[in-house]
Ligand binder design. Structure first.
Ligand SMILES: Cc1ncc(COP(=O)(O)O)c(C=O)c1O
Length: 422
């Protein structure tokens, strides 16, 4: 029931049942690779922050495809960009470019604020954008790369090597060499840095770890230390980017001076609003590391994905959804705390990427109880609920969420009480 991107899927039976749902779940079980968890529900269509399953049940979606559907479902701006582009060009190969690919790269450079020296490599997913960042780091000629324990950077071999969860790496060893995982402590970072370190990669908020922000001041000090040692600072904004945390990119909360910008920013998920796309954005010397032909991908930069991503980012700008994420995130956070639920220990994160800490390892049960009541949320791990609703939600959606979430917490809490008193 937990996220299959980074969280280890938990065993457990199906949650939602119905004639169509059960039939499709059976067919899925016969054809899907064994790595796929059993689907919690089988979804048919969506609109805004709501989705419906194949048996007609309605859900309020506070996960948004794990921080992907920034504009919710079937948003007119996305539908229009997707269908218009399908009528023009879907794919051209990287012997050519298109107005969409150029405009997407220009917009990413502007929104990341990476400046005049910035360059963009377009990819098809988060992990592929991370692979590009890893190859970029290798181009420094330095052998070591520093990443952090509990960090998550994807499932391909390079991205997996950077991921700080030993259980995910172990079945696939040996890993890409040269990666070390540090505790998220500045002393550890300072001690590990040296002239042989190519890059430090980090997430401003570790989403897959249960929405765990870096300690205050960590990013600024990591920037200072990496600069002092001539190592690249690579910020993985795959989950935190595209306005979700109430800034366009979460690093901007702490690194505001143009001289302090990261050397590379990796984006994906929300920038496409659901269309598969990712990108590596570099600046300064990092923009000069790849030479002609050293990296590429058949689909990277295709006009369909870049055209839609450009339109999604344009709509986030036009509709003021970054500020909305900040304001609604505060309403959501204070609303959860005001529930005064005995199971809730804390609310972490920023904007519309929040982690709810639980007093007992019952997050999968809370997810199931919520789903049964028509609410989609996620267990990033056994003690953490992750919330990442679409950025288009309104105050009524937050109120509805609070009602359903309170009911789910109460249902699981009462089971715990009964177990304790038995
Ligand atoms: C921070 C972070 N990096 C990288 C990835 C990998 O992205 P993708 O699943 O698109 O390969 C994810 C996905 O959850 C992520 O959250």
């Amino acid at each position: 029931m937990s996220g299959s991107a980074g969280g280890v899927p938990q065993a457990g039976g199906p949650i939602i049942s119905g004639p169509e749902t059960d039939a499709l779940r059976d067919r899925f079980a016969r054809v899907a690779m064994r790595s796929a968890p059993s689907p919690q529900a089988v979804l048919a269509h969506g609109e805004g922050a709501r989705v419906w399953d194949v048996d007609g049940a309605e859900y309020l979606d506070f996960l948004a495809g794990i921080a992907v559907n920034a504009l919710g479902h079937a948003h007119p701006a996305l539908v229009e960009a997707l269908s218009a582009q399908a009528h023009r060009l879907v794919h051209v190969s990287n012997y050519f470019t298109t107005p969409q690919a150029v405009s997407f790269a220009e917009r990413l450079i502007r929104l990341t604020g990476m400046g005049e020296t910035a360059r963009v490599y377009p990819a098809n997913s988060g992990a592929e954008a991370i692979e590009a960042a890893l190859k970029l780091a290798r181009r420094t000629g330095r052998p070591r790369i520093l990443a952090f324990e509990q960090g998550f950077h994807g499932r391909t071999m390079g991205a997996l090597a950077l991921t700080g969860k030993p259980a995910l790496r172990a079945p696939f060893e040996p890993m890409v060499p040269g990666v070390e995982h540090l505790p998220t402590e500045l002393e550890a970072l300072a001690a590990a840095l040296g002239p042989d370190v190519a890059a430090v990669i980090l997430e401003p908020i570790k989403g897959e770890a249960g929405v765990v922000p870096l300690p205050p001041g960590f990013l600024a000090e990591a920037r200072r230390l990496t600069r002092a040692h001539g190592a690249l600072l690579i910020v993985d904004e795959i989950q935190t980017g595209a306005g979700r945390t109430g800034d366009w990119f979460a690093f901007q909360h702490e690194l505001s001076d143009p001289d302090d910008l990261p050397d590379a920013v990796v984006v994906a998920k929300g920038i496409g609003g659901g269309v598969p796309v990712g990108a590596l954005v570099t600046r300064g010397a990092a923009s000069e590391l790849f030479t002609l032909g050293q990296h590429g991908s058949t689909f990277g930069g295709n006009p369909l994905a870049t055209g839609v991503a450009d339109a999604v980012l344009a709509e986030i700008e036009r509709a003021g959804l970054v500020d909305a994420a900040r304001a609604l995130g505060e309403k959501l956070r204070s609303g959860i705390l005001a529930l005064d639920a005995p199971l809730v220990t804390e609310v972490r994160g920023r904007g519309l990427l929040l982690g709810v800490g639980l007093a007992a390892p019952v997050a999968p049960a809370v997810v199931a109880a919520a789903l049964e009541r028509g609410l989609i949320i996620n267990a990033a791990n056994d003690e953490s609920i992750r919330l990442a609703p679409p950025l288009i939600i309104d105050a009524d959606d937050v109120d509805r969420f609070l009602t359903l979430f309170a009911a789910a917490l109460a249902a699981v809490g009462s089971t715990l009480d009964r177990t304790e008193s038995a």
